[in-house]
Design a binder for this molecule. Structure first.
Ligand code: FMN
Length: 278
C-alpha cells in the first residue's frame, strides 16, 4: 500500500484542531490535514493553564480534549467536516487510555473509515494518565494492540506515531514492520516542565528545540527501513526545515506549533520550496 501525497506538507495532529486552519491554506500547498486525536470517550482536556510559548519551544497540556469517537462519527456522517473533505485529503488520528480502547475505537471508526486517506495512531501522548507512554513501554501489549488494529482496519493505510519516550524509535520501527502497518510518524512532544508565575507547568514540549531530535529519529529509521513511509514531526518553521527532514529520509513533513505563530505558514513554506533560488 502506498500513500501518494500531492505535497509533502501535512498539518500535524493537535495544533491544527479539526480543520480550522484550512481557511488560511491553499489546498494545493497541502498533502494532508491530520485531525486532532480522537479517543473512545469524550475528553474535557486539562484545566488551565494549558499552553505557554518559550523562545524556542511551546509547552502544552491540552490532555487530548475531543468529542469522543461516537460523536465524531455522527458529526462526520452529518456533514460537519465536509468543507474539509472537499478541499484536502484528511488523516484521522486515534488514541486511547487502555489497550482495549485502542482496539475498540478502530471498530467504531469503521463506518467512516473510507473518508480518510490514512489513520495515524497516537502512541505517544504524554498528557493523558494511562494512554500513549504507558502502552508503548510494554512491548507485548503494544504488539498485541497493533496486530489487532491491523486486523480490524484491514484496508487502511496505518501510520503509528511514536515519540522518543517509552520506546526507542529503532524498536518502534521494527514493530511497525512486524505488524504489517504502513508507516511511522516521528516524533511527538517530549515531556518537560517550565516555571510560571504561580508554580510549574508540566506538559509536552514542541517547537524548534525538537528538530535535531526528530532529525535523528527519522535518519535512524530510514537507515533501517529503505521503503518505510516516514512522516517527520518536530520543529518545522521554514522551507529549510522541510528540506532537512526530506534529506534524512522523510516522505512527508508535519507542521504543528508553527501554525500558532503564523496560520499561513504552510503557504509560505510551499512557496519557499517551489522557489528554485532558495
Ligand atoms: C497544542 C498541541 C496539541 C497537540 N495535540 C496532539 C494530538 O492531539 N495528537 C497528536 O498525535 N499529537 C499532538 N500534538 C503533537 C504534534 O502533533 C506534534 O507532533 C508536535 O507538536 C511536534 O511538532 P511541532 O514542533 O511542529 O509542533 C500536539 C502538540 C501541541 C503543541
Amino acid at each position: 500500500m502506498v500513500l501518494n501525497l500531492r505535497s509533502p506538507l501535512v498539518v500535524a495532529s493537535g495544533p491544527g484542531g479539526m480543520g480550522e486552519y484550512m481557511e488560511f491554506i491553499d489546498p494545493k500547498a497541502l498533502g494532508a490535514y491530520i485531525l486532532k486525536t480522537i479517543t473512545l470517550h469524550h475528553k474535557e482536556g486539562a484545566t488551565p493553564p494549558r499552553i505557554r510559548a518559550g523562545k524556542d519551544f511551546v509547552i502544552n497540556r491540552i490532555g487530548l480534549e475531543n468529542p469522543g469517537i461516537d460523536t465524531f462519527v455522527e458529526d462526520t456522517v452529518a456533514g460537519k467536516y465536509d468543507h474539509l473533505f472537499d478541499r484536502v485529503p484528511v488523516i484521522l488520528s486515534l488514541g486511547g487510555d487502555s489497550p482495549d480502547e485502542y482496539k475498540e475505537i478502530a471498530r467504531r471508526a469503521l463506518p467512516i473509515i473510507d473518508r480518510f486517506i490514512a489513520v495515524e495512531y497516537n502512541f505517544s501522548c504524554p498528557n493523558v494518565e494511562a494512554g500513549g507512554l504507558a502502552i508503548v513501554s510494554d512491548r507485548m501489549v503494544l504488539k498485541d494492540i497493533m496486530v489487532s488494529i491491523r486486523d480490524i482496519l484491514k484496508d487502511t493505510f496505518l501510520i503509528a506515531k511514536f515519540g522518543i519516550e517509552g520506546i526507542f524509535v529503532e524498536q518502534a520501527s521494527e514493530m511497525v514492520k512486524d505488524t504489517g502497518w504502513n508507516g511511522i510518524t516521528l516524533i511527538n512532544t517530549i515531556r518537560g516542565i517550565v516555571k510560571t508565575h504561580d508554580g510549574y507547568l508540566r506538559g509536552g514540549i514542541s517547537g524548534a528545540v525538537l528538530k535535531p531530535i526528530g532529525m535523528r529519529a527519522v535518519y535512524e529509521v530510514r537507515q533501517r527501513h529503505g521503503d518505510m513511509f516516514i512522516m517527520a514531526s518536530g520543529g518545522v518553521y521554514a522551507p529549510g526545515d522541510v528540506k532537512d527532514y526530506l534529506e534524512v529520509g522523510a516522505n512527508a513533513v508535519q507542521i504543528g506549533s508553527a501554525l500558532f505563530k503564523n496560520p499561513s505558514i504552510i503557504g509560505d513554506i510551499h512557496e519557499g520550496l517551489s522557489d528554485k533560488s532558495s
